[in-house]
Design a protein around this ligand. Structure first.
Ligand SMILES: *[C@@H]1O[C@H](CO)[C@@H](O)[C@H](O)[C@H]1NC(C)=O
Ligand SMILES: *[C@@H]1O[C@H](CO)[C@@H](O)[C@H](O)[C@H]1NC(C)=O
Length: 218
């Protein structure tokens, strides 16, 4: 009887442990920072523009316009490297090449899908979406808003970030239904505001492998 009990307990504990482990598997956080002058050991001296949380091994479009890739982090390697494998096709089957990203390194030579930025990759265990952001989620499975387990990537951009030139600058804000992009004649999002563009949020739940959701997190 005692043997049976401890065996049951053992099974119970190992299932529990597996569940906990599966839940806290590491996620990759890619942070994008503004600025030209950077310190390669720490991007954080510059303003954070946006970030992406990536689930390892999901086939996503990352830094490249045409290629799709998967990112992988091997906890047991202890070598602080995230391996990105690029593919020629959107199902990540046709291998192209590998790119190596050093963890927590502030990389100013990484090319971004959106233009010039400094990127830093790090490992996180929990999804923590900061406030004052516009959030974009690509997820699989049912349309129930419970994307924390089924997401492929989560992108969030800070609404207080002002970009542009000396003459024209833009900044976003949002409400429950849309992103509003404000355009100013002048630097630092000051001066005359002359244009507001409204981009209604998308909630596309038509493909169980490729659902998409946008929302305002303020
Ligand atoms: C910086 O980014 C480039 C392009 O993605 C990559 O090839 C390079 O290995 C990265 N450098 C480090 C140290 O991670
Ligand atoms: C959100 O802002 C847009 C643009 O100003 C407006 O048209 C829309 O009605 C607003 N939505 C809500 C729920 O207030």
């Amino acid at each position: 009887m005692t043997i049976f009990k401890s065996y049951t307990l053992y099974v119970f504990l190992s299932i529990l442990f597996t569940l906990i482990k599966a839940n806290s598997s590491p996620l990759i956080l890619v942070s994008y920072f503004d600025g030209d002058e950077i310190d390669s050991t720490n991007c954080k001296v510059n303003q954070l523009i946006k970030a992406t949380i990536i689930k390892p091994l999901e086939c996503i479009r990352f830094q490249h316009q045409h290629e799709f890739s998967t990112l992988k982090y091997n906890e047991n390697d202890h070598d602080d490297i995230i391996v990105e494998t690029l593919y020629n096709d959107l199902d990540c089957k046709e291998y192209k090449e590998q790119v190596f990203h050093r963890l927590n390194y502030c990389n100013s030579s990484a090319h971004s899908f959106w233009g010039v930025e400094n990127i830093q990759l790090s490992i996180i265990n929990d999804i923590d979406i900061p406030i004052n952001t516009i959030v974009h989620v690509s997820y699989k499975g049912e349309c129930n808003g419970q994307f924390k387990n089924t997401f492929k990537r989560i992108d969030y951009q800070y609404t207080n970030y002002c970009s542009g030139s000396e003459y024209i600058t833009t900044k976003s804000s949002c409400n429950s239904t849309a992103e509003i992009v404000h355009t100013y004649k002048g630097p630092s999002c000051s001066g005359t505001q002359y244009l507001d563009q409204v981009f209604p949020f998308v909630n596309d739940c038509t493909d169980i492998n490729n659902n998409y959701l946008q929302f305002c997190n303020i």
